[in-house]
Design a protein around this ligand. Structure first.
Ligand code: H2B
Length: 92
């Protein structure tokens, strides 16, 4: 995606932050407790596997920090925005 594509796509995932280098987007989710956080990760994992597109993420107790990028493309693709939107829906 070029810079214009990315700017457009960011409008659909307003809770996500674009990295300064434009190659990834990140969001930190906070859940009520560990089980809710891990449940979100489990459901996200199933979607990621279906998309064959996988998050870079970490979990500390009830917080899940996620960065999305397309390693194969060394930057952002539509897959990153699809996964971000799916995660937003899961967490809503
Ligand atoms: N996930 C992410 N985030 N980036 C990739 O480039 C990527 C992936 N590539 N999941 C996929 C798997 C690729 O390695 C397989 C072979 O489709």
């Amino acid at each position: 995606m070029n810079a214009d594509d990315i700017k457009q796509a960011m409008n659909g995932v307003r809770a996500w932050n674009l990295a300064a280098d434009g190659r990834s987007i990140s969001r930190t989710f906070k859940f009520p407790d560990f089980i809710a956080a891990f449940g979100f990760m489990t459901r996200s994992a199933l979607i990621a596997e279906k998309l064959d597109h996988h998050p870079d993420w970490s979990n500390v107790y009830r917080t899940v920090a996620i960065t999305l990028t397309t390693h194969d493309a060394k930057g952002l693709t539509e897959l990153d925005f699809s996964l971000a939107a799916a995660m937003d829906r899961l967490a809503a």
